[in-house]
Design a protein around this ligand. Structure first.
Ligand code: NCD
Length: 357
């Protein structure tokens, strides 16, 4: 059965087909009004969310389906100590598809390995957020007409910013894409994310937004992820590292596209909202259409394939090595067998959170 846990679960052709469907939904919404009649989406949100949860729910309602779920851990049995695996097994009895957000890295993978319905990762800690990437790709495609030949700047918290990790993984597969990584030294892109990008991809690191901005076709601003910091004083020191103002935009290309997964906490001056290049509210809207396309795809595929896919692939060692990441599912989930993959560069990485062993 197909799930969406990591953006690389989908090939480039599948991403294009989702973009095509989303564009068709935008053009002909009535055609899809009953496409999921009788189907139920469960939204299991163990972490705060506005856009992701509500856009999933709006997506399912606009497809004629229904939604059930919870929006905080305290109102689910997780508060009593229920495991992710048991939650996934139980919710599979009530819903046809699950969207899950959790602060635990690898939580969606644990759910997918235990659910009997498709599981969508709606964000797992500081790891990845593939459905935000779907929204980002549709926005770039509609604004630029292509996903090739793009120089994209990623600015802010590249260490904990899961949306950045997933979008880089997607853009890396298009032709002639370069990325400029703009962050304070403390919040640089983690090595495990870099290692998954193809060797040929041009990556440049910068600490100043002003010097990087003139080159960019896309600028992806991000929030400093306060909830992931162990040292709150470090957050206070870094929180206003980058603020995009109308003044800084003077040196940007006239057709640069400004994205932000939102919520914004000071990274973009409100005055920028009126600039024609500001696309972040459109991006939030496009997220709904891509989630509609995704729900349609996964439900359709589940009808013809209800097999339980081995989500670990090849070169996996079970049980021998221990992941040391305290935010990993292996640190909290009852009797979860350690699974470690041997990567091309000889490095061993946890199958759940991708961190090096
Ligand atoms: C992002 C997230 O949750 O990772 N928000 C979203 O889903 N649109 C970004 C963030 O919280 O900063």
């Amino acid at each position: 059965m197909k799930n969406l846990i990591d953006i690389t679960d989908f090939g480039v052709d599948e991403l294009f087909s989702l973009i095509d469907t989303a564009n068709d939904i935008i053009a002909n919404p009535k055609k899809y009004a009953e496409a999921c009649k009788g189907k139920k989406l469960a939204t299991l949100f163990f972490e705060p969310s506005t856009r992701t949860r509500l856009s999933f729910e709006a997506a399912m309602l606009e497809l004629g389906g229904s939604v059930l779920g919870f929006s905080e851990a305290s109102s689910s049995s997780a508060a009593k100590g229920e495991s992710i695996a048991d939650t996934a097994k139980v919710v599979s009895c009530y819903a046809d598809i699950i969207a899950m957000r959790s602060p635990i890295e690898g939580a969606a993978l644990v759910a997918a390995n235990n659910a009997t319905v498709p599981v969508i990762n709606a964000g797992d800690g500081g790891h990845c957020h593939p459905t935000q990437t779907l929204a980002d790709l549709l926005t770039i495609y509609r604004e630029k007409g292509t996903l090739d030949n793009i120089t994209a700047g990623f600015c802010g918290d590249l260490k904990y910013g899961r949306t950045v990790h997933s979008l880089l993984g997607a853009l890396a597969r298009y032709k002639n894409v370069s990325a400029v990584l703009i962050s304070p030294a403390e919040l640089r892109l983690p090595d495990y994310v870099k290692q998954d990008l193809p060797n040929g991809m041009r990556l440049m690191e910068a600490t100043e937004l002003e010097t990087a901005i003139p080159e960019l076709d896309v600028l992806y601003m991000t929030r400093i992820q306060r909830e992931r910091f162990e040292d709150k004083a470090e957050y206070e020191r870094l929180k206003d590292s980058y603020i995009l103002t109308a003044d800084k935009l003077k040196n940007a290309k006239a057709d640069m596209c400004i994205l932000h997964p939102l919520p914004r906490v000071n990274e973009i001056s409100v005055k920028v909202d009126g600039d024609g290049r500001a696309c972040y509210f459109k991006q939030a809207l496009y997220g709904k259409y891509m989630r509609m396309a995704l729900i349609l795809k996964l439900l359709k595929e589940a009808e013809s394939d209800c097999s339980r896919e081995n989500r670990f692939g090849e070169n996996v060692i079970f049980g021998e090595h221990k992941c040391k990441n305290p935010r990993c599912a292996t640190a909290v989930e009852q009797e979860l067998e350690q699974a470690v993959k041997l990567c091309d560069n000889g490095v061993l990485r946890c199958c759940y959170c991708d961190k090096e062993i």
